[in-house]
Design a protein around this ligand. Structure first.
Ligand SMILES: C[S@@+](CC[C@H](N)C(=O)[O-])C[C@H]1O[C@@H](n2cnc3c(N)ncnc32)[C@H](O)[C@@H]1O
Length: 470
């Protein structure tokens, strides 16, 4: 028999603290309640979304008294869109909570002692900072609570925007997004208009029907704009209509691609984007280095902060010019190339072949002859033979995805025992987990968070680790 769950609400409770991952804490009858959508100082009505023996999770039903720290969010989609959940927090508070989370993860999970925890490096630009955005077409529009009561508005409408949090089959129709230059709004709203005028169908994620699927935009500080339109199936005639119209209406586009994605998932890594117009990539600049970015390559999404992140990484590596440096999870080779003037040799390893092709071109274009890049899984590539061939590392720079390093790589790094590891991370919890594993042989000397994602709770962090008794 199906169990009927009782809805539990708690009225007029005060939010007392900040918790990890953008949540805040309330305490009720001895239980900690991790709450979404609130900040310390708020008095709220809550509804529990999870209720365990020693903790609960909740979301705000009603904000009764706002915290004195609250500010007015600047985006009309705030509260519905999951993109910039911290717009109600002044920037100095955002930085304070990020510093706190990074330190607590490093202390509690990483069990680091005696490390210097440098203060977070904030961003000068807290809006329009992203160079990449991805939007999803859906034949079901997400309705807000206010709209649900209005019988004239139906959800069976096309929309183009972001997924609502925890709603995989509907998107919010986004008209204005402050994460990238205004050109993103022009592009997205124009393509929606073209689609509507031509009756092009939008994707239905449950049924796997509909033509238009995703819109991926990259806009670099060099003024180049790459647009990749992902469609469910080939339709030469309509592809030409939509792409020609887009080029006419958005002359800022420097390269235009389309990708046929007949799969059930949205990832394009196993697909071939086809160039319709332009050179098929964009160029980005960090200090005096130029980087080619192809549609499938990873590149740091906040260019200005990436410069700061990389210069901290370079400082933490303390290179003298005589070191063999391994750049693991190297993407387009950007960190390795950035530090290369201070190194004897750079060896980069990255899973995505296109990114490695970019890395090789990037090294050549920047006239760097002492860097080599290899495509493949780090745990397969980084074996004894590889280290023997290319030389034992003096410094390993590792910049894994959110999941952190594979434990086999951690084991290999312990075996190789490079004198210095510089760990760059976009997830301080997994970084701290790996640091604990590495603590068998390494001590953390210093750490420094960098804010790559203002208005969100996400934190980037760099740590310098040195071999014990070295
Ligand atoms: C956080 S990004 C860092 C990229 C680069 N260091 C930068 O700053 O632009 C992580 C990179 O790891 C790559 N990656 C993920 N899993 C991998 C694996 N198992 N082996 C090698 N590279 C991997 C991703 O494709 C991505 O380019």
């Amino acid at each position: 028999m199906r169990k009927i769950k009782k809805r539990i609400t708690i009225e007029a409770i005060e939010i007392t603290d900040y918790a990890a991952q953008g949540k805040a804490i309330a305490r009720h009858e001895g239980k900690v309640i991790f709450t979404e959508g609130a900040i310390p100082g708020d008095i709220v009505d809550l509804v529990l979304t999870k209720n365990k023996k020693d903790y609960a999770e909740a979301r705000v039903l009603k904000l009764l008294e706002p915290s004195k720290d609250r500010q007015n969010p600047f985006c009309k989609h705030f509260g519905v869109c999951g993109g910039c959940k911290w717009q109600m927090l002044p920037y100095n508070k955002q930085l304070q909570f990020k510093q706190q989370e990074a330190e607590q993860n490093l202390l509690r999970i990483g069990k680091i002692t005696n490390a210097i925890m440098l203060p977070i490096v904030g961003a000068d630009e807290q809006r329009f900072y992203r160079n990449k955005l991805e939007f999803t077409f859906s034949n079901k529009r997400y309705l807000t609570n206010d709209e649900i009561g209005n019988t004239e508005i139906i959800s069976e409408q096309n929309s183009l925007g972001y997924h609502a949090p925890r709603v995989f089959d509907k998107t919010i129709n986004i008209f204005e997004c402050f994460l990238m230059d205004d050109v993103n709004n022009k592009l997205r709203n124009t393509i929606r208009e073209i689609a509507e005028q031509n009756n092009f169908s939008f994707y239905d994620i449950r049924l796997h029907t509909g033509w238009l699927r995703n819109l991926i935009i990259r806009y670099t500080t060099t003024g180049e704009l790459m647009v990749n339109l992902c469609i469910n199936y080939e339709d030469i005639e309509n592809t030409k209509i939509v792409l020609d119209k887009l080029l006419e209406k958005v002359p800022e586009i420097t390269t235009l691609l389309f990708t046929i994605n007949p799969k059930w998932n949205d990832t394009i890594y196993d697909l071939t984007p086809q160039v319709y117009f332009g050179k098929g990539f964009v160029k980005e600049k960090l200090e005096n280095f130029e980087f080619i970015i192809s549609p499938k390559s990873f590149f740091q999404t906040n260019t200005k902060q990436a410069e700061k992140l990389y210069s901290i990484t370079r400082d933490f590596a303390q290179l003298t010019g005589s070191e063999i440096v391994y750049d693991l999870y190297c993407g387009t080779g950007s960190i390795g190339i950035f530090v290369s003037p201070m190194a004897k040799k750079i060896i980069g390893v990255e899973l995505i072949e296109d990114a490695i092709e970019d890395a090789k071109k990037n090294a050549a274009n920047n006239k760097i002859e002492h860097a080599q890049f290899f495509a493949g899984d780090v745990i397969k590539i980084c074996n004894n033979e590889f280290f023997e061939t290319h030389g034992r590392p003096d410094v390993v720079i590792t910049d894994p995805p959110r999941a952190g390093m594979h434990d086999k790589l951690v084991t290999k790094l312990l075996e190789i025992a490079a004198p210095v590891i510089v760990y760059v991370s976009c997830n301080t919890a997994t970084m701290a987990r790996d640091i604990l594993l590495l603590s068998e042989k390494y001590t953390v000397e210093k750490t420094q968070p960098v804010d790559m994602f203002p208005q969100t709770h996400h934190i980037e962090c760099v740590a310098r680790m040195v071999l014990k008794n070295n």
